[in-house]
Design a protein around this ligand. Structure first.
Ligand SMILES: Nc1ncnc2c1ncn2[C@@H]1O[C@H](COP(=O)(O)OP(=O)(O)OP(=O)(O)O)[C@@H](O)[C@H]1O
Ligand SMILES: [Mg+2]
Length: 339
């Protein structure tokens, strides 16, 4: 199966080509225009997707040395995401499939993140626990077999990536916040400030990250912090202490879930999975319980079409190719709960 995969749910316009589940090419065009607004502007994102989708698909085909005629199925993200952004990818995918008489399948964006650990290298073994931590979601999932998911818990308020972005904004560090906090945290003292770790007691697999962000806000008010005139050591210490609080919660809950369901593999995905501190801490914690934690390379942690392609491959193996030319965007699409 020669598959063209398309991802346009937020501010990355991406296309990938896979042959029998093996990645042949991926092109990701990130829309830089949003950084000056401190977050993604939906109207600008959909307009940019309209300009980018054709050149991005053409480049992915060229990089894979495939012609349009050699593609025999199309997979596209149909949610969750921004309606105006999703509709560009879906419309393109349906038109491409209809004009060539080939099937088009919809893929859940979060299931794309979930299966991104299968793109290359060391892969998780079923059953496994997946920690999906991105800009809009924080989820712990028990993946019993391909496309059999049990959602164990998710965030009650902010997502982990959202907390990184909001704290970076408070500190005046720009958008997105994750990469810059990750870098500064490596040079700071993680014990300088004690930020709250929510829901650490008991068996809950739910998360809450808004309290950490509010604590950072109160600290900055108390210190009369001025982003224009900042003390670099203080910023590094706040970043390190904030990141340590987020990592403590993510690691403790993921390890507890792996222990409860007696799995030997843990897969971490989504933009926050690129975090160096999280990678080191979770790998070490998994090792002490005889499990292994697998992370995609950073390029495949944030939004990309390669992950949509690999999820489509697993979906195809489980359900066959159910083409749907009536596919529509579903901005709040939940994870499939299949047993
Ligand atoms: N090194 C890093 N450390 C921590 N967070 C990071 C890092 N790199 C990226 N992020 C965060 O990852 C998020 C982006 O990830 P991703 O592209 O998966 O999210 P999204 O697609 O916006 O959300 P969703 O997938 O939930 O719809 C941002 O919040 C960003 O700050
Ligand atoms: Mg995403």
């Amino acid at each position: 199966m020669n598959l063209l995969a398309i991802e346009s749910s937020c501010d990355e316009c991406s296309a990938a080509v896979l042959k029998d589940g093996e990645l042949k090419s991926v092109v990701i065009s990130s829309q830089l225009i949003h950084s000056e607004y401190g977050g993604v502007v939906p109207e600008l994102a959909s307009r940019a997707h309209m300009e980018l989708i054709v050149p991005v698909v053409e480049e992915s085909l060229k990089k894979a040395s495939f012609s349009k005629e050699e593609i025999d199925s199309v997979a596209v993200t149909y949610g969750p995401g921004l309606a105006g952004s999703l509709i560009v990818g879906i419309s393109f995918a349906k038109a491409f499939a209809a004009s060539r008489g080939i099937p088009v399948v919809g893929v859940n964006h979060m299931e794309g993140h979930l299966y991104s650990a299968f793109l290359e290298g060391d892969k998780p073994e079923f059953p496994f626990i997946a920690l999906v931590v991105s800009g809009g979601h924080s989820m712990l999932i028990h993946v019993k077999e391909p496309y059999s998911h049990e959602l164990l818990g998710q965030t009650r308020d902010d997502a982990a990536g959202e907390a990184f972005d909001k704290v970076a904004k408070l500190l005046g560090l720009g958008y997105p916040g994750g990469p810059v906090i990750d870098k500064l945290a490596a040079e700071g003292n993680p014990k300088a400030f004690n930020f709250p770790r929510a829901f650490m007691n008991g068996e809950s697999f739910e998360f809450s990250f808004s309290g950490i962000k509010t604590s950072v806000l109160y600290l900055l008010k108390e210190l009369k912090y001025d982003p224009e005139n900042r003390d670099d050591k203080l910023v590094r210490d706040i970043c390190a202490s904030f990141q340590a609080a987020v990592i403590d919660v993510l690691v403790a809950k993921t390890i507890a879930a792996a222990g409860k369901f007696r799995v030997k593999s843990i897969a971490v995905a989504g933009g926050v999975a690129a975090n160096k501190g999280l990678r080191t801490a979770l790998q070490a914690a998994a090792q002490t319980m005889g499990a292994k934690a697998v992370f995609p390379r950073p390029l495949y942690c944030t939004d990309n079409a390669a992950m949509i392609g690999i999820a489509a491959h697993f979906k195809y193996l489980k359900f066959g190719m159910a083409s749907d030319l009536t596919l529509k965007p579903i901005p709040n699409l939940p994870l499939s709960f299949l047993n």
